[in-house]
Ligand binder design. Structure first.
Ligand code: DC
Length: 222
């Protein structure tokens, strides 16, 4: 198979990463979670107490930091930080620091290097628009904010955490707004992306829909 780079963008909680992982497994190619890369760098900012507004300190930190996603795990300066990047504190810092251009420049360059000579499925917010504008296939995975809040509430209940669906929905809408309206690489559905709305679909149905598009692309390309 010649190289195929599949971009999967969309808002938080629409099912992107679950679908992306499944598709990568079915195709036998790498999956890269770019959100995990932004989260790992956010963890570094928190650990070092770096002030994002101090451009010199941020530049020095970026120079001194290695973020890599390999074998389904995220590494910060060689340390596996899979278990440390999903906290509320890291989510908040990732949301703020991912809007800073110098941070994006470093991580986008690393992501582009990963797709140089390899097929992959990469999920994020700017994969089809900035990282691989020439990706062979682009998907925009979305779902209503209500459905995304309900899914998150189920996860939290299963984890024994108290939650309020209306409150979660408000937080999701605030985060969407921030992702879609930031000056640097806002979340957009690019013109050549295929939109997949998972609001009324099961995971199996969404994966089947995405795989249908991929298989049709691959059989046409021959
Ligand atoms: O997908 P996620 O929630 O793990 O992403 C963490 C943060 O990083 C989120 O605020 C969006 C941001 N992000 C980004 O700006 N660009 C990407 N390609 C991926 C994530």
């Amino acid at each position: 198979m010649s190289i195929v780079r599949i971009a999967m963008d969309g808002p938080a909680g629409a099912g992107k990463s679950t679908i992306a992982k499944r598709v990568a497994r079915e195709l036998g190619i790498d999956y890269i979670d770019t959100g995990a890369m932004y989260r790992a760098f956010a963890l570094k900012i928190l650990r070092t107490g770096t002030d994002l507004k101090d451009a010199d300190a941020l530049a020095a930190l970026l120079k001194d930091t290695d973020v890599d996603y390999a074998g389904g795990s995220i590494f910060l300066d060689g340390e596996n930080v899979d278990g440390l990047i999903r906290t509320q504190e890291v989510s908040e810092m990732a949301s703020v620091s991912s809007a800073v251009q110098a941070v994006r420049d470093k991580l986008v360059a690393a992501q582009q290097a990963m797709g140089k000579r390899k097929s992959l499925v990469m999920d994020g917010r700017d994969i089809g628009s900035k990282v691989f504008p020439d990706a062979e296939l682009k998907f925009y995975i979305t779902a209503s904010s209500r459905v995304r809040a309900e899914r998150r509430a189920i996860d939290m209940e299963l984890a024994g955490q108290p939650c309020d669906v209306d409150q979660i929905q408000k937080e999701i809408e605030t985060r969407d707004y921030r992702d879609m309206h930031r000056a640097n690489s806002p979340l957009v559905k690019v013109a050549d992306a295929i939109e997949i709305d998972t609001s009324d679909a099961s995971l199996e149905e969404s994966v089947a829909e995405v795989m249908g598009h991929i298989n049709s692309f691959l059989s046409k390309r021959g």
